[in-house]
Design a protein. Sequence first.
Length: 317
Amino acid sequence: MRDYIIRRVLLIIPTLFGALTLIFFIMNILPGDVALMILGEETGQANPEDLARLRAQLGFDRPLYVQYLSWLWGVVKLDFGTSLWTGVPVFEEIWVRLPITLTLIVFSVFLSMILAIPIGIIAALKQDSWIDYGLRVFTISGLSIPSFWFGLMVVLFLLLVFSWFPPLTYAVIYTNPWVSLQQLMMPALVLGYRQAAVSARMMRSSMLEVLREDFVRTARAKGLRERIVIYLHALKNASLPVVTIFGVEAVLLFSGAVIIEKIFNVPGVGSLIVDAMGHRDIPLVQGVVLLIVVFVLVVNLIVDLIYAWLDPRIRYN
């Protein structure tokens, strides 16, 4: 297991380097001039001398490869530069908003897990019954309804029925955990609904397949209680594809958080990257995208380790 963990961790290094390179060059070949946007915010025009002076000040007059190497060295030192629009270090901008987004994502994953696993197991055990059909409606709806539309409908319903609207400020989990979870409950439910639906359907299919295996019939023939057969023997084997789905969906939650945060007025990283792209704030966008890449790599590593724990054969491949 130790060798497997080392191999997986070392594999992150070239992947992260390739992602860093793509992030930098894609952001720098996009059309638009942030210096012109800053100087010509009101009039749409700028003095050529002032424009050249600002470009030199921002470092845009240097060759692209020099800018790349400078940014890469800064990333190694955890210095992602300074926001071109606010003048605040990128690391500070992200650090302030990151706890809110991570709380939203973790809360969404937790809610989707406590929904998906029981729903999948019950639907498999009650196959083709009215319970199964009802749970299928729930899961298919989660796959069919776009998250942004569902979020808008939830806000509209709460506004009309309970006169509720998204708060203007959000508490951070480490300063006021209870208030933070209360405020993020609705965004987390909306964000995690699709993941719960996907995972529940996968759990149902996987559980149905495992329940037909010989070892399950043998366990039942030995006189074991049905609860032990289901939760001790069948569930562990049925969880393998579900773990993979959870990893993929957890990554998608980060992209989904961009829309949900805007709908519910959540001041997280998703809202930050939307504002940064609107201002063409290249260092800030690069910093947020880099954060997303690191999040994806860490989630994939955790999924691989859980997979190897559930299925020891993976460790030797």
